[in-house]
Design a protein around this ligand. Structure first.
Ligand SMILES: Cc1cc2nc3c(=O)[nH]c(=O)nc-3n(C[C@H](O)[C@H](O)[C@H](O)COP(=O)(O)OP(=O)(O)OC[C@H]3O[C@@H](n4cnc5c(N)ncnc54)[C@H](O)[C@@H]3O)c2cc1C
Length: 387
């Protein structure tokens, strides 16, 4: 979206701060918390309301790893970077726990299980297990199990992350928001960012002009709508989900499952609800959109997946969608936005894994903004675009 001249006002007048955080999803709230820890004055600018993006529309997995399994990640990014990425997701959960998220009633410490439904992925998981163990990660292989994911004998092999967790993501956002004491301006869409020099930035929002030393843009999938040349860096990808009415007796699930190399995922949300998502790759072109409506095609593919796997399709309780931001190499992006005097930074492009990564990345973003050496950033924006 954009803000027409007619809608712009000075209702909020001029706002002066040190750092402006743009976007109030898990990334923006996390950046604000780490700035607050360091006593840096900040404000958050959000175009709708806190958590209105992907951060409350997801499956709530706080899991180790990323879109690829470890063997594929090591092949794509190199073993060292894959290992850093895996450690950062572990640290993400540890940092969230330090903030007290384990006290949220919907939080559950529960292993994730990567599930191979065909032989090639089973080989990858066996290889992942070998590499993970060699690199010092705790992991276990599962050849069979008694819960409903294995009921129809489609499952061939499971790889367990023993120390993962899950949470209702809306609860998580509310929990973090309650700890943020810097001003949050909702319904303030950022229309323009102007960096005058390395410590002077002006931001125009719907009802205010914000004057700050620096800004950090945490709008994830929506980055191409705000930042020049970001179309090639962050692409919107819709993710769709549904919730099924099923008790533990109907469909027992002991783990948070992640199947078909992460394309599909399902877990128990509460005593009579299972959430299930994915099937984006069955209509890939149509799913590259900012539109967060769910579609009959993907929803019926999700229903078919549930029926094949569980042998039954319980009643559907809810359907929804959200927009993820994918990067070309599926790694997050952190660094200065080119041509903005090093005063405007970007953090995002979590490629479907922001709940498991953004808090750790936000810590790195704040450390970098405050002058940590660039070597402390394994995911520099500069790898994809000239600074
Ligand atoms: C269906 C689905 C399932 C998923 N499952 C998981 C999972 O189980 N585990 C996991 O780790 N990840 C999961 N993800 C991914 C995860 O939700 C995202 O990676 C994460 O929420 C990104 O957080 P964010 O704060 O960067 O972006 P968002 O939550 O999208 O927040 C961006 C914010 O910026 C605001 N904004 C945009 N433009 C402007 C502007 N111009 N001015 C001001 N504000 C603006 C938006 O309104 C929004 O609130 C899933 C995603 C989807 C869609």
């Amino acid at each position: 979206m954009t803000v027409p001249l007619w809608r712009r006002s000075s209702l909020l007048a001029d706002i002066h701060t040190d750092t402006a955080v743009i976007g109030a999803g898990i990334a923006g709230l996390s950046v604000a918390l780490f700035l607050q820890d360091k006593r840096i004055p900040a404000v958050i600018l959000e175009r709708h309301a806190v958590g209105s993006g992907a951060s409350t529309r997801n499956a709530g997995y706080l899991m180790r790893g990323a879109a690829d399994n470890y063997a594929l990640a090591a092949r794509h990014h190199g073993r060292r970077l894959a290992s850093v990425l895996w450690r950062w997701t572990e640290q993400n959960l540890a940092l969230l726990r330090t903030r007290g998220v384990a006290s949220i009633p919907s939080y559950a410490a529960r292993p994730s299980c990567l599930l191979a439904l065909e032989p090639t992925e089973a080989e990858e998981l066996a290889e992942s297990h070998r590499l993970l163990t060699a690199d010092g990660f705790d992991a276990a292989l599962l050849e069979s199990h008694t819960d409903a994911a294995w009921r129809t004998k489609t499952a061939r092999l499971g790889l367990l992350n023993p120390d993962d967790a899950c949470v209702n993501p809306h609860d998580l956002l509310n929990f973090l928001r309650a700890q943020v004491h810097v001003p949050i301006y909702e319904h303030q869409e950022v229309a323009e960012i102007h960096a005058h020099r390395e410590d002077r930035v002006t931001i125009r929002t719907t009802d205010a002009t914000v004057h700050c030393r620096r800004a950090i843009v945490c709008v994830n999938a929506y980055a191409p709508l705000l930042l020049p040349n970001f179309d090639a860096l962050v692409r919107p990808n819709r993710g769709q989900m549904l919730a099924l009415h099923a008790t533990h007796q109907d469909i027992p699930l002991d783990f948070n499952y992640y199947a078909n190399r992460g394309s599909e995922y399902f877990r128990r949300a509460d005593h009579d609800t299972i959430v299930l998502g994915g099937k984006r790759t069955t209509d890939e072109a149509a799913e590259r959109t900012f539109d967060d409506r769910h579609t009959p095609r993907i929803q019926s593919n999700l229903e078919a997946f549930a029926k094949d796997l569980f042998g039954t399709l319980p009643p559907v309780k809810a359907r929804w969608a959200g927009t993820m931001g994918f990067t070309p190499d599926h790694l997050p992006l952190l660094g200065p936005v080119p041509n903005h005097h090093n005063a405007v930074w970007f953090l995002g492009g979590f490629t479907g894994h922001g709940m498991s990564l953004a808090h750790r990345c936000a810590k790195a973003a704040v450390d970098q903004l405050l002058g940590e050496p660039p070597t402390a950033n394994p995911f520099p924006l500069a790898r994809l675009i000239k600074p």
